[in-house]
Design a protein around this ligand. Structure first.
Ligand code: PGA
Length: 250
């Protein structure tokens, strides 16, 4: 059985003061024996604060991006080993905002995933189609290319230590959530891609849904057989809302 994971993606939000309150509320709200996993992916400058405030709690922490390189003359980049140094468990790779605004293509996303795993991090690889692509009926082809680049480049075995997140671009930050049935259909496609290569992974690979997940729609999403949790943007900044989503997964 797969345990559910609810991961927050703070994006470029937060301050030392705001984070202190938010992380404290999460730590307190979760208790120590959590039935579902909970994680927050915070901006790089706040990783040390997350480590200090979450160490020993049931909340894991991680980053939102990582360099494909291990070390060297890469001004502005942050390596996977540095993230491990700060106690990160997770790192997002291939978020649609990075694919769109930083020209990250699927082969680069695969290289970042490999760099993350080499340092012992669990990458959360994000895939998803735009509204225009959905309207053209090419959703399956788009997510298959995005996930296929990882599977073809690195082998399906990487998903023993990686999480997939399906995030339709048209649902991110728009208040428009995919219906549970729309999400389930794409999750089925993604799971099939993994299982075709390794039937043994059918029950282990975790596939999160992301895109305007809120306390009010989480339960119906989590009721779908192939939705193993959520990647939560906006609602992860509100501890009440985020904890309610996590409870819906538990
Ligand atoms: P959202 O963002 O929950 O604000 O739609 C999700 C994400 O981008 O990970």
């Amino acid at each position: 059985m797969r345990s559910k994971l609810v991961a927050g993606n703070w994006k470029m939000h937060g301050s030392l003061t705001e984070n202190e309150a938010l992380l404290g509320a999460l730590r307190g709200g979760l208790g120590s024996a959590a039935p579902s996993e909970c994680a927050v992916c915070v901006p790089f400058p706040y990783l040390a604060q997350a480590q200090r405030l979450l160490q020993g709690s049931a909340v894991a922490w991680g980053a939102q991006d990582v360099s494909e390189h291990a070390k060297g003359a890469y001004t502005g980049e942050v390596s996977a080993a540095m993230l491990r140094d700060l106690g990160c468990r997770y790192v997002l790779v291939g978020h649609s905002e990075r694919r769109a605004m930083h020209a990250e293509d699927s082969p680069l996303v695969a290289r970042k995933l490999r760099a993350a795993q080499s340092a012992g991090l669990v990458p959360i690889v994000c895939v998803g189609e735009t509204l225009a692509e959905r309207e053209r009926g090419v959703t399956d082809a788009i997510v298959s290319e995005q996930l296929g680049a990882v599977i073809d480049g690195l082998g399906v075995g990487v998903f023993a230590q990686a999480v997939i997140a399906y995030e339709p671009v048209w649902a991110i930050g728009t208040g428009k959530t995919a219906t549970p049935e729309q999400a389930q259909a794409v999750h089925t496609t993604l799971r099939r891609l993994v299982v075709q290569r390794d039937p043994g992974m059918a029950d282990s690979v975790r596939i999160l849904y992301g895109g305007s997940v809120k306390a009010s729609n989480a339960k119906e999403l989590f009721a779908m057989p192939d939705i193993d949790g959520a990647l939560v943007g906006g609602a992860s900044l509100d501890p009440k809302e985020f904890l309610a989503i996590w409870r819906a997964a538990s």
